[in-house]
Design a binder for this molecule. Structure first.
Ligand code: LLP
Length: 864
């Protein structure tokens, strides 16, 4: 194993996926990585996927083969894309690319297209990698990394498998591999760096075949085995495999080292980063496989290799697969009837369904079907159930989710699972299965219960030491810690203005500092993108600093106020020159009177005001705040819809409200609904608006629909920003259907959150058990969001911004409460007394929510 080739050099196989080969800067990264390997004396084979989106397009040609016009149109898109890439790479000789484009033309004209022959489909699908590898060879060579192009089909020969369908043999082929001495000897005589195509092979008849889903990873694995490589590296856009999906569990830890079987299990039970098929070839050859992030080659990534004999058992990962269907079959024959299982399984086989989990009793067997391995649709299921009904009583339970704990030695860890089992205690668990290889333990629950559960279970596994995250040989940093850098690289304004901020901190701490340019940019992003909204109001409760209000009013916003105090504040700054929308909640009669007197547009959200103070509103126009009975938001405490929330008129009181309004000659001219804060789901506002529109049509007097605020900004590195274009498209759709209504909106957070930072000074350091506390002079009295909502605010040591952030600390304030924590388990550059700590994204609901608790005084505020 891993014997050196004739000239003594070792092979490394580097695989790059679609996004990694789709732009010139990415190719420059590939060049740098290949060069670095070469500098270490390695022989390099690069395996590439097609430019991103290309395989889907080629597949569209295959699927729509009968429609010549459609094929032509898609082919033209592919040609244009590759010609554009040729130009972007500033290549001189188009000869190589033209060969493949001509091949595409010939395949379009090929008579096999008419009936979509499998041989034809395989040749069409292979073109994407042919083109990307050809462009890549030319670009790398032109960049000074002499690279030789190889046709992978000359080296990978597929094998027909028993019972394999014709479709499988052409479009989901498999290749047996063993060290190929001839190849290992020949290649070094031809060059040092090679590039070839993933995703394809040839069959015994010399025809092109495709390796199926995840095919490029599999190709890299096959070549790793043929070349008996020192390592196969899969370069992608994430640093490796994690202990849970980082999208839902930002604290998921990088798995630095896994054995082949564990990696296979994690890939099979949910992780998308690696296709499970690619592990077996390297496992058999004993070649290690690594996953690396193309954008951050310095990250260690995940290494997958043979199991270490004396490794302590630990849960390595928790994953969740949704869309699982359970089939429960109750025997109607005899107790422990001989052959019952055989009869049942024969029927699944007949329907081409592969069973995942099995659980049996004397008269019942329940199995699960995983949608990634099966075509599970209603037709297939009803045909299956019809056949099964002949021998048993069948029940289909769907949709379910399978939550799986993966790790070697599962059976020896059961005593550590008590808190995990308690968590499942409150749910309907349909099936529990422990894999016979002792690598996984799976719980099947209702799909709706799964998503909230995984982050919680991940935490519990760590607390119970069932997941031994302190073992640094196995577990790396958390996703958030690893990618915090990325947030910083997205260049927040405060990085560039560090010196000014340090100077302000010398004048006073704690100290809120605001950047008006960010406010302006956010206001423009909203107004410029969401064109369907006719009138914007800024919810001043988020930050009522006069300079910020002026900046926002200058961008054409009105102001939304919720108290006489806020109205007075606005009138003091702007006089009557600004439009005020007034949305008080559970306020006394006098507050409405104050709003009316100040000329604000008043919103009512309860029967009580009309029932008891009807004369106050008589003859007036009002807005009506509705509870649409759903809510979204970053935390339960900021969700403002549904019976558990005090806001808004319940829809079943609408008729009574309208009756009272008529009685007092009050006209409802606007509907309003604000159902939560910190929403990152773009469909929210469309849903609100569509419901309002249909209610408004029935009321008849309504002119405007106010869809509220709630536009979120991502707090953690793994949260995707709100897709404003999608919000815009959704609202535009509703507006097109109901052009008679004006749309209004009243954002707060979105305009100001990123515009503000809180500066604090380190007061004291303390060690206690495994915790290291860093005290600062800001606390929950200055910024209450972490204590109140477990809100995450990025924290950096501004004084040592260029030093590695490697101390794991609790950032705490001076208040006499255990909840006075600004950041849990944060990595900071070694803090010292006097250092200035910056707490980011503190522009919204920061200073405005501060208090005098412990009589510690308020923070200073400065606008840059
Ligand atoms: N409209 C109404 C009626 C509201 O009550 C609010 C916020 C907004 C608009 C603006 O929502 P935004 O766009 O800022 O999400 N203190 C919490 C947020 C509470 C929001 C209260 N109402 C936090 O710090 O996350």
């Amino acid at each position: 194993m891993n014997a050196a080739p004739a000239n003594g050099a070792q092979w490394v196989v580097l695989k790059f996926g679609g996004t990694s080969v789709s732009t010139r800067p990415r190719w420059d990264k590939i060049a740098a990585i290949a060069k670095a390997k070469r500098a270490q004396g390695k022989h390099v084979l690069i395996v590439v996927s097609a430019l991103s989106g290309t395989t889907d397009k080629l597949k569209a040609i295959c699927d729509g083969h009968a429609d010549a016009g459609k094929c032509r149109a898609v082919a033209d898109e592919i040609i244009a894309r590759h010609r554009a890439m040729f130009v972007e790479l500033e290549l001189k000789d188009a000869g190589g690319l033209d060969t493949w484009l001509a091949r595409l033309e010939r395949l379009l004209a090929d008579p096999r297209r008419t009936d979509g022959a499998l041989t034809w489909q395989a040749e069409v699908l292979a073109l994407g990698e042919m083109m990307s590898s050809t462009l890549g060879a030319a670009y790398l060579t032109a960049s000074g990394v002499a690279t030789r192009w190889l046709d992978s089909r000359e080296h990978l020969l597929s094998e027909a498998l028993p019972n394999q369908s014709a479709w499988g043999s052409y479009l989901s082929a498999q290749v047996p591999t063993a060290r190929d001495e001839a190849l290992i000897t020949k290649l070094p005589t031809l060059g040092e760096i090679f590039i070839t195509q993933g995703f394809m092979a040839r069959n015994a008849a010399g025809e092109t075949v495709i390796l199926g889903r995840g095919g490029s990873d599999t190709s890299a694995s096959y070549f790793g085995a043929l070349l008996d490589a020192e390592i196969v590296e899969i370069w992608t856009d994430v640093a490796g495999m994690f202990s849970a999906n980082p999208r839902s569990v930002p604290n998921a830890r990088l798995l630095s080292k896994l054995d082949y079987e564990e990696a296979q299990e994690i890939a099979t039970t949910g992780a998308k980063v690696l296709h499970p098929r690619c592990i077996n070839p390297v496992r058999e050859a004993g070649v290690p496989l690594a996953i690396k992030d193309t954008n951050y080659p310095e990250f260690a990534g995940t290494e997958i290799c043979a199991a270490v004999a004396d490794a302590l058992p630990s849960v390595k990962a928790i994953s969740s697969r949704s869309g699982i269907t359970l089939i429960s079959m109750e025997s109607i024959g005899m107790w422990q009837q001989v052959g019952f299982l055989a009869d049942v399984f024969e029927i699944f086989k007949r329907h081409g369904l592969s069973i995942d989990l099995v659980s049996t009793a004397e008269t019942n067997v329940t199995v699960s079907l995983d949608p990634t391995e099966n075509l599970v649709n209603t037709d297939v299921l009803s045909a299956l159930c019809t056949d099964l009904a002949g021998i048993c009583r069948v029940k289909v339970i769907a949709p379910c989710a399978a939550i799986t704990l993966v790790g070697r030695g599962m059976r020896s860890m059961l005593h550590k699972f008590s808190t995990i089992l308690a968590e499942f205690g409150s749910l309907r668990v349909h099936l529990i299965s422990q894999s016979s290889n002792n690598l996984n333990l799976t719980f099947v629950v209702d799909e709706s219960a799964a998503s909230d559960l995984v982050p919680q279970l991940h935490d519990l596994l760590i607390k119970a030491e069932a997941m031994r995250v302190e073992d640094s040989a196995v577990f790396g940093p958390s996703w958030v810690d690893l990618y915090k850098k990325k947030l910083v690289q997205d260049a927040p304004w405060w990085r560039a203005r560090r010196d000014e901020l340090l100077k302000l901190a010398r004048q006073a701490t704690p100290h809120y500092v605001y950047d008006l340019a960010t406010v302006r940019a956010q206001a423009q992003a909203l107004r410029g993108t969401i064109k369907a909204v006719d009138r914007w109001f800024y919810a001043i409760k988020a930050n009522s600093h006069p300079a910020i209000l002026r900046e926002i009013v200058a961008r054409g916003f009105g102001l939304e106020c919720v108290s006489p105090g806020e109205i007075a504040h606005v009138r003091e700054i702007f006089g009557d020159a600004v439009d005020i929308l007034y949305t008080p909640n559970f306020c006394p009669r006098a507050d409405y009177a104050a709003g009316i007197a100040a000329g604000a547009r008043v919103t009512v959200d309860n029967l009580h005001p009309l029932e008891h103070w009807g004369e106050l509103f008589a003859g007036r126009e009002i807005e009506l705040r509705l509870d649409l009975d759903f809510a979204r938001g970053h935390h339960d405490k900021v969700k403002t819809g549904g019976a558990a929330s005090k806001f808004g008129l319940s829809l079943n009181e609408l008729d009574e409200f309208l009756r009272l309004a008529r009685q007092h000659d009050v006209r409802v001219v606007g509907l309003h609904a604000h159902l939560g804060s910190g929403i990152l789901d773009a469909k929210h506002w469309k849903e609100v608006c569509a419901q309002q529109a249909s209610i408004a049509e029935k009321i008849g007097t309504v002119r405007s629909l106010n869809v509220g605020g709630g536009y979120g900004v991502p707090a953690r590195a793994d949260e995707a920003p709100l897709d404003l274009a999608a919000v815009a498209a959704g609202l535009a759709e509703v507006k097109a259907a109901y052009p008679q209504f004006e749309l209004w909106s009243e954002p707060g957070r979105f305009l100001v959150a990123d515009a503000g930072v809180l500066l604090a000074r380190v007061t004291q350091l303390k060690r206690k058990g495994e915790f290291r506390y860093v005290g600062v002079d800001a606390g929950m009295h200055t910024l209450i969001r972490p204590a109140l909502y477990e809100a995450y605010h990025e924290i950096v040591n501004l004084s040592r911004i260029d030093e590695p952030a490697d101390e794991l600390v609790q950032v705490v304030g001076p208040i006499c409460e255990s909840g006075d924590v600004l950041g849990n388990h944060r990595r900071l550059a070694a803090p010292q007394e006097g250092d200035v700590i910056l707490i980011a994204q503190a522009g919204a609901y920061g200073a405005v929510m501060s208090s005098d608790y412990n009589l510690r005084g308020r923070a200073t505020e400065t606008v840059l």
